[in-house]
Ligand binder design. Sequence first.
Ligand code: CA
Ligand code: CA
Ligand code: CA
Ligand code: CA
Ligand code: CA
Length: 360
Amino acid sequence: MLTKTTIYSLRISSLIMVVSALPACAAEDSGGSANILLPSGFGTSVEATVETEPVPHDGDAADDPAIWVHPIEASSSTIIGTDKLGGLAVYDLSGEQIQYLPDGNFNNVDLQDEFSLNDESVTIVVASDQLSKDIVVYRVVFETRELSRVGSIEVGVGLPYGLCMYRNAETDRRFVFVNNREGDVEQWELFDDQGSVSARMVRAFSVGGKTEGCVADNELAVLFIGEEERGIWKYEAEPDASGERQLVDTTGPDGHLTADVEGLTLYYGKNNAGYLIASSQGSDQFVVYDRGGRNEYLATFHIVANDDIDGVSHTDGIDVTHASLGEQFPQGVFVAQDGNNDGGNQNFKLVSWRDILGSR
Ligand code: CA
Ligand code: CA
Ligand code: CA
Ligand code: CA
Ligand code: CA
C-alpha cells in the first residue's frame, strides 16, 4: 500500500529528474520569473507521436483532455478525454482506450491529486455534464487506472460549459471554477462529505463575453480564462480576491490569438518558471507565454502531419504535464484535441514536450 509520503517523494524525485534533464541554455532570472528555456528553442512545427482511438460519437464530440500522472510508474499514466456527445474516455499512453463511461455529455474535464477522501489520498476528476447540468466527480482507481464516481455538484450557472480546478498550495483548499456560455463564472470549494465529494459556492463573477477554457495556477494563485472572441484574462484565484483582472493577450491585429480562444494549460517549472499555453482555434495554432510575471508572449507552434498521424486543427481543449513519462515523453507530454481526425471520429493527439522545445 502506498502512503501519501511515498507518493510525494516519488513526485519530487521525478521533478528533480526533469529539471536536471533540461538543456544548458537555461536563462537566469533577471527579475520576476525567468524561463528555464530560451524561447528561441521552440519548434514552430511539431508532430504528434501518438494519437488516441477516436471517440465513439461522430461530429464535434471530443473536446477536452486531462493527463493523470501515475505516481509510481510514469509510463502507466493516462489521458482522460471528454466526448461531449456521450461520455468520458480513459486512454493509456499508446492511445488505446481502457475505459469509456457513457455517463453524460461531458464538455470539459480536469483533475487534481492528493485529495483526502475517506482518509485516503486520491486523484479526483471533475467533468461538466451538459446533460444533467451538474459537475460530475470521479476518483482514479489506482490499481485499474479507471474512474469511479464519487459525487455530483449542482451548480448555479445553468448549463455548465468550461471548468478547471485550483488548489491553493499553502492552505490545500480545493476549488473548481465553472463557467457558462454567457461568461458567468462560479468558484466552488470541494470537500469530503463522508466519502463522497460535495461543494459549496464561494465566489461568482462575470467575464462579460462567452467563456470556456480556463486554467488556475496552484502556486501563483491566479486564474486564466479565455473570453473566446476577445483574449485571455487573468484574475486572482482566491475566493476573497477582488474583481481586478488583466488582459494577457488578445485576438485580432494587436495580439497573437485568432478567435476562438479555447483550451488553456500550464507547464509548471521550478521557481515559478514555466509556460502558459493557449489554443488559438481560428489559426490552428498554440500560443506560448511566460507562466509568471506579465505573461510575456514567447512563441507559437502548430502540430503537423507525419507519415502515421495527421496534423491538428480547430482544437478545443489542451493539457500538458512537466512530469517525465518515461522514454516516450522524457520532459512531459502535450495533449490536444483534434477537430478533424483523418482516421475517423475526433480524437486527441500526444506530442512530446521535448519536441515542442526543439531540443532534440
Ligand atoms: Ca469543437
Ligand atoms: Ca481542461
Ligand atoms: Ca468554445
Ligand atoms: Ca487532424
Ligand atoms: Ca488520425
